[in-house]
Ligand binder design. Structure first.
Ligand code: HGY
Ligand code: MN
Ligand code: MN
Length: 409
């Protein structure tokens, strides 16, 4: 009896066991043990299905259904294998598993495609372990280069290069991660928001993805004794940080409701009750569909932070570590998906994505399509993330029709 799944619902449960954590979520960060195991079992499954598998030097995993035409370009379908900490079972995984099942369908029923079809399990998108996001797609599109990860360490001090090497990867002399043969990228993904459920639509056809800027803010004060240091003598890094964060959320209210900003991570040192915090590090994630609005907001909050630091006698460091522009998805591919939905009597909604995706990077290299299925309650990046089997299968049926149109017609 094959250890591999027979359908999408089984595949989601099967893959989510790699990195399963007690609260019911999944933690599968770049180059970690569960990450490596997940990539390896996906490789073995694709080989059993008769796909040609390969890794590139940084750990992107591919399964190929080749055309007979050796000069043919490649249509890439897939998503990312990594997750946030205690994330859901569907974010990223769904796009990979649906891609594998689509190629399984074509191998069994359609034979060789006119162009190569490849499913990719991209090594990293979330930015959960190291301060870089979309590492897999960023290297494949040439937006990143290997030097971009120099000096990066995770929260346990493990350096990026060491983690990559211990997982069995690393750039040789020729970092041949950039792909020039990709003629289109297709990503099937959960919406991670409430729109499709609220509108009772089965498919989201993404027209654009918001711009995103992520910052690391370091506030330095003076650690001191809480009992003997009068308030007027203090250089309290945490007081500075909470004042900045309060003002950041206040500033957001001056913008339209499409503007979202979040402080998701905060570290206090030395983080003990009877020492005035000497240093605080926190993150700012800011997003908006229009890049100029996003830039103006970021300039404003940085000015505010500097004023607060000066007033409280603190030092401040502001470092941007993820900066992606808003991007349009390919109009022709959107049109094809729309026609597929109409002909199949599948309800759809043309929409923007507030979540970032690997499609954002591929769209700068080739025509790209991002297709959503509903998220129950709009919840994602949580153990409660859920999409019904019916919605998963509807997404797969649209994906199969789209890839058939692109690779067999
Ligand atoms: O953060 C995001 O938008 C994506 O889920 N990585
Ligand atoms: Mn995500
Ligand atoms: Mn994702």
């Amino acid at each position: 009896m094959s250890p591999f799944p027979n359908n999408l619902a089984e595949a989601i449960e099967w893959l989510s066991s790699y990195g399963a954590v007690p609260d019911g979520g999944v933690t599968r960060t770049l180059y970690s043990k569960p990450w490596k195991e997940a990539q390896q079992v996906l490789k073995e499954w694709m080989e059993e299905l008769g796909l040609q598998t390969s890794y590139d030097p940084i750990g992107n995993l591919f399964g190929r259904l080749a055309s007979k035409d050796s000069m043919a370009p490649t249509i890439l379908v897939g998503s990312h294998i990594d997750t946030v900490l205690s994330g859901g079972k569907y974010d990223g995984a769904y796009g990979i598993l649906a891609g594998i099942l689509a190629l399984k369908h074509f191998k069994e029923h359609q034979g060789h495609p006119k162009v190569n079809l490849e499913v990719v399990s991209l090594c990293e998108e979330e930015g959960s372990r190291f301060p870089i996001a979309c590492w897999g797609s960023g290297m494949m599109t040439g937006i990143y280069c290997i030097q971009d990860i120099n000096g990066f360490r995770d929260s346990e001090g493990i350096c990026f290069e060491q983690a990559m090497k211990e997982a069995g990867f690393g750039i040789g002399e020729q970092p041949d991660v950039v792909r020039s043969d990709i003629s289109a990228f297709v990503e099937l993904h959960i919406e991670q928001g409430p729109s499709l459920e609220r509108l009772q639509k089965s498919i989201g056809i993404v027209q654009s993805i918001v711009g995103q800027k992520r910052f690391r803010i370091t506030v330095k004060g003076e650690p001191n004794h809480v009992g003997t240091t009068l308030m007027k003598w203090r250089k309290d890094a945490l007081l500075g940080a909470v004042t900045m964060i309060h003002d950041l959320y206040g500033l957001t209210k001056e913008y339209d409701e499409d503007f979202v900003t979040t402080v998701g991570q905060l570290f206090v040192e030395p983080n003990v009750p009877n020492v005035i915090p000497g240093q605080v590090e926190f993150t700012v994630d800011a997003r908006h569909p229009v890049n100029s609005v996003l830039s103006i907001f970021c300039e404003q909050f940085k000015r505010q932070f500097l004023e607060i630091a000066q007033k409280l006698g603190l030092e401040i460091g502001i470092e941007i570590w993820h900066n992606v522009q808003p991007v349009q998805m390919d109009a022709k591919l959107q049109q094809i998906v729309q026609t597929i939905c109409i002909n199949s009597n599948i309800s759809y909604h043309v929409m923007n994505s507030g979540a970032g995706h690997d499609s954002q990077l591929f769209a700068r290299m080739c025509p790209t399509a991002l297709v959503f299925v509903p998220s129950q309650g709009g919840i994602s990046h949580s153990p409660s993330e859920y999409t019904s089997n019916h919605d998963l299968e509807t997404g797969l049926s649209v994906l199969i029709q789209l890839l058939h149109r692109l690779a067999y017609k």
